[in-house]
Design a protein around this ligand. Sequence first.
Ligand code: ADP
Ligand code: MG
Length: 326
Amino acid sequence: PELINQIAAGEVIERPASVVKELVENSVDAGATRIEIEIEDGGARLIRVRDNGSGIAVDELPLAVTSHATSKIGSLDDLEHVLTLGFRGEALPSIASVARFALSSRPATQDAGWRLEIEGGRNQTQQPAQHPVGTTIEVRDLFYNVPARRKFLRAERTEFSHIDELVKSMALARTDVEFRLSHNGKPVRLLRPTTDESSALQRIGEVCGDIFIGQSLHLDHAAAGLRLSGWVGLPTASRSQADQQFFYVNGRLVRDRVLAHAVRQAYADVLYHGRHAAFVLYLELDPTMVDVNVHPAKSEVRFRESRLVHDFLYRTLHAALADTRA
Ligand code: ADP
Ligand code: MG
């Protein structure tokens, strides 16, 4: 199983930021309202993610690090209804096979916490440990036992900037959750949970800078089982904003040609010039209408009725943008 997990790790765990992604997704899935991420040496020495989510019961701890064991879906049929970010049950065993791994956790139903340790997929131990309700995962010396991969880690600054990008995208996905990020003991981000539209917009500003260059348009429209909400910037002739585009489908950041095309087309038809626009958009739809199990990294989706999704997006954006010109 160690080798199999290391092979799976090759698909899911490319660099420290991939570890952070999987751990933060698990915290979100566990219902955490506060997630703290501590990084040392760009993640090569330490990645620690602490949350105040549901915690893991002591008898389920070993399962959490067993491959293809997930508490999130019970059957193939459930795969059609995935609303959690995780569902493959691969991340923790993969990570534990390529690092020195420790998981401490306590659910509200237990008086005491437990700590499980694994070293490079081996020597699994478990003992009682103090822990508040929630979970802490520590990943030390990533790829220490896979020298070929350790060698490919880039400079500390580069790896940390990938982590920061990831935290940014999660912080935009869930503006209702508090995020803290530190590097080598220094606080880098402290994002307080937001409760309404204007504080959410403020978080976007904190995370991305002034991507909307002063002018942004809020939208929230639902029809035919689809809901599109979020903010779009009105493009200006002065600045290109190509990399400030965030599109979430049921809380998951995705890159998708259908979505990209609908957005580009709506901008082009209303504003008559092809400059890239900034946006943070959230599409919500019934989980049966979208397949998220396309790729292990889960950043691709496939819509069952992509025409319907495309047209809904195009029309909603077109109407909103056209309003600003009226
Ligand atoms: P997946 O997220 O696909 O289910 P993972 O390997 O990421 O698989 O996690 C395995 C299991 O461990 C999860 O299904 C969940 O039950 C548990 N788990 C992992 N992280 C947390 C956490 N932060 N809080 C609560 N449970 C967790
Ligand atoms: Mg997961």
